[in-house]
Design a protein around this ligand. Sequence first.
Ligand SMILES: CSC[C@H]1O[C@H](OP(=O)(O)O)[C@H](O)[C@@H]1O
Ligand SMILES: Nc1ncnc2[nH]cnc12
Length: 287
Amino acid sequence: MSKAEIGIIGGSGLYAMPGLTGVREERVETPFGDPSDAFILGELERRQVAFLARHGRGHKLLPTELNFRANIYAMKALGVERILSVSAVGSLKEEHKPTDFVMPDQFIDRTFARTSTFFGDGVVAHVGFGDPVCATVASVFEKACAAVGVVGKNGGTYVCMEGPQFSTRAESNLYRSWGADVIGMTNLQEAKLAREAEICYATMAMVTDYDCWREGHDDVTVDQIVAVMHQNSENAAKVVKAAVAAMPKGERDCACASALKYAILTDRKVIPAETRQKLSLLLEKYL
Ligand SMILES: CSC[C@H]1O[C@H](OP(=O)(O)O)[C@H](O)[C@@H]1O
Ligand SMILES: Nc1ncnc2[nH]cnc12
């Protein structure tokens, strides 16, 4: 039985979800190892939700150390159909100011040390990723920002870098020349894996800084980020609450829900039994 319909992934600055009732903690085991922390299950706006602190409570995991597969698989195992992800980002454009929120609809991959797929080990699948976020969830975020009185822009390109060091100025300027909007270290793998798991996913990227490209301004530091993060996380909690309340109910009509339908290339007869078993939660209906 499904324990939660909506997943919330809290990033830097959002390590808990205020307002949950009937709270219980659950550790979820997955074939891919341990998620970042225990899930916090509870009710918010009369919807069952599962909250996960991406870097663990206390912020113990580097972006590179995150077990993205375990985090997303565990969401699937809990019954989650839609994920609201919350993240801190640097701004690559003057117009995106600290405390503004942006819902990216595209990504550029600058990571190099992460596993970004559930597949392999005898099963090959290629999901579509031209539209990497769920437009329904992004638009729920956008409306929730408006309802709460926070600047929330729908659309933009998120550069996902490996980190943990921030970018060089040359890199920052390169991303600006590509027309990118914001930069962070965590969202792309979540979006890819959520798509493979047929979970709707969108991110609310909360601007904390101007990275290091802006002449006449200090380069980004953690101190600077933390100062803005406090205000951002208060606003984030309000927006997430409003988004949960407004999330559509019932059958999903977006393409995320059937992303795997035509994605599996491997002849069903040659998929190893062990892999079938490991991925049964994702593949069962197509094998
Ligand atoms: C706090 S500075 C860099 C750190 O912040 C972002 O984290 P998250 O995406 O989990 O909110 C960024 O991706 C880095 O991990
Ligand atoms: N400037 C920046 N670069 C990468 N990740 C970030 N998260 C917050 N600000 C960031």
